[in-house]
Design a protein around this ligand. Structure first.
Ligand SMILES: *Cc1c(COP(=O)(O)O)cnc(C)c1O
Length: 550
């Protein structure tokens, strides 16, 4: 059904593009002058074969011309470095559902591999890696390979991601066509992710510099002169407190948990995945809890930990991470020793609408993926634009966010992508970290003892076994660095003047992450289109607010 859907949507779109083109042009030889088709991941990659079918079988074009038009029309954005996430369809399924497309894919492959053989004679391993067909066992069509061969440009979505594509995931294609590879760092729209979701912040900006920033986010830099202005800093804190109160109200209504808007809101919202390491966040929370249990009177910065995100239906470990988070929340929120200084909340049904309430209310943005695994991240950008500080690894767009904000305005920890690869090559042994770090051992032992699961020692065993014996994502390797970095965060948060200053500079320096910049680059460097002025109704905050459901 999935392949059928992909084909159906792709075929409808291509036929519509061709129909529209033929209204104004006599032939399809110049289709690439009127249409640019961006493959958003490999899900629509079957469009390469469908375009060839339409041009040849329906519009009587010869193979060479059709192939030239197809390549000039298509480009491909890769969205993940995880090899298990690269789409493959079994040849048997393709033959049953789309026999003509399989025939075309075989012919694309035959001609492509003939070229490769001429360029690199005798390199059979290279041929088998580049082939559109995986023939190592049961035969599969490799959709990423099809997308690379059929496109004139291939891009990653952050600088590190594009580099890793070139060095690793797509290195053989990079060797053939280095000029095809290009970076397009993702962005988010300031209309939704500042104006709509944070009207008080938008109003503060408008009162100082007018509305120009909405269409040109770099104008926010003009506000840096207010970073030492006590009135501006006070207004900045009031905006944040207002947003935190609103979210606290939502949490009370939906979770029945009372949270203090004056506590630090430490938030991780994103799909649940082991590489994103929500469980590293949970281990840190348990370490704080252990400190309180050892000494209930010790000073601790009051903190509200908020989680949200969905797990894929068949992803057992992701669901177990949700279960662990809720179980830890249940114990900590009800332990009188904690005296309300820590609260843990898991919000159901995280989606864009809920995101619009959450991002503006954050003090701290959790971006703690294993370095080299997060292609870009865009949540990191939404948080930063709304004045949250980031605690994060050198991964995805975090690297560029830190460059823009300044290293002194970013809480960095953990192994680099290179160090992750080196540690893996040497043989990562989680046991060494567990047995030599009493804090880590105490955290793991508390989960293993059934403390958070009513004495059930089996419930979280699959998760703990994974962490202790075969963890690809190296939580234990980053554990101490993360806990130490969180101590630095708490210390900084205690100095509200310093924190406010960092928060302001962060938000004002995020212009690079406006989707306007991203889309302009796609226009200029991939699609070859020029911008034209259009008539539009004035965009008002009243109109924007209508869709918020607040
Ligand atoms: C922005 C956004 C994401 C992406 O979050 P990351 O932290 O970049 O993974 C996911 N889901 C929703 C609802 C979002 O708004």
């Amino acid at each position: 059904m999935r392949l059928e859907q992909q084909f159906f949507f792709v075929s409808c779109s291509l036929q519509d593009i061709i129909r529209t083109h033929l209204l104004r042009h006599p032939s399809l030889h110049n289709l690439h002058d009127t249409a640019a088709i961006q493959l958003n991941d490999t899900h629509p990659a079957v469009a390469i074969a469908e375009m060839m079918r339409l041009l040849m079988d329906e519009h009587e074009m010869d193979w060479n011309t059709a192939w030239r038009v197809t390549q000039k029309t298509f480009s491909y954005t890769n969205h993940t470095l995880l090899p298990e996430a690269l789409e493959k369809w079994s040849v048997g399924l393709f033959e049953y559902l789309l026999p003509r497309h399989l025939e075309i894919i075989y012919e694309i492959n035959r001609r492509f591999l003939e070229d490769v053989k001429r360029w690199y004679p005798g390199d059979d391993n290279l041929i088998s890696r580049l082939s559109l067909i995986d023939e190592s066992g049961e035969k599969y069509v490799r959709m990423a390979n099809l997308a690379c061969v059929g496109s004139h440009a291939v891009n990653g979505v952050a600088a590190l991601h594009t580099e890793l594509l070139k060095q690793d995931t797509l290195r053989d294609f990079y060797k053939l066509w280095p000029g095809k590879f290009i970076n397009k760092t993702n962005g988010v729209t300031p209309r939704r992710w500042i104006l709509m979701c944070n009207p008080k912040l938008a109003e503060l900006y408008n009162s100082k510099i007018g509305e120009g920033w909405l269409k040109d986010l770099s104008q926010l830099k003009q506000l840096e002169k207010y970073v030492d202005d006590p009135d501006f800093c006070q207004q900045w804190r009031e905006v944040k407190l207002h947003n935190k109160r609103q979210l606290a109200q939502y949490i009370w209504e939906h979770n029945g948990i009372e949270v203090d808007p004056h506590s630090m809101f430490d938030i991780q919202v994103k799909r649940i995945h082991e590489y994103k390491r929500q469980h590293l966040n949970v281990l840190h929370i348990i370490s704080l809890y252990n400190r309180i249990k050892q000494n209930p009177d010790q000073h601790i910065v009051p903190c509200t930990f908020i989680f949200g995100g969905k797990a894929a239906p068949g992803y057992f470990m992701a669901k177990l991470i949700i279960k662990l988070t809720n179980s830890v929340a249940d114990i900590i929120n009800h332990d009188p020793d904690v005296r309300g200084r820590l609260k843990v909340v898991f919000l159901n049904n995280f989606n864009v609408s809920l995101g619009q309430r959450i991002y503006p209310a954050a003090d701290l943005s959790e971006q703690v993926s294993t370095a080299g695994k997060e292609a870009s991240g865009t949540g990191n950008m939404k948080f930063a634009m709304n004045g949250a500080m980031t605690i994060g690894t050198l991964d995805g767009a975090n690297i560029e966010i830190r460059e823009e904000a300044g290293a002194e305005n970013f809480f960095l920890f953990g192994l680099t992508a290179q160090e992750v690869a080196d540690t893996k090559a040497k043989g990562y042994n989680p046991w060494d970290y567990y047995s030599s770090n009493p804090s880590l051992k105490a955290v793991i032992d508390r989960i293993a003892d059934g403390y958070f699961s009513h004495g059930d020692k089996e419930l979280f065993k699959p998760l703990l076994d994974s962490l202790m014996y075969h963890d690809q994502y190296m939580l234990f390797a980053d554990y101490q660095a993360y806990v130490d970095c969180q101590k630095q965060v708490a210390k900084t948060y205690s100095d509200q003047d310093k924190w406010t200053r960092m928060s302001i500079l962060n938000a004002l320096r995020m212009a690079k992450f406006s989707s306007d910049r991203t889309i302009r680059e796609y226009c200029n460097e991939i699609w070859n289109v020029r911008s034209v002025p259009i008539e539009m109704e004035e965009y008002s905050q009243e109109n924007a607010g209508l869709n918020l459901g607040k």
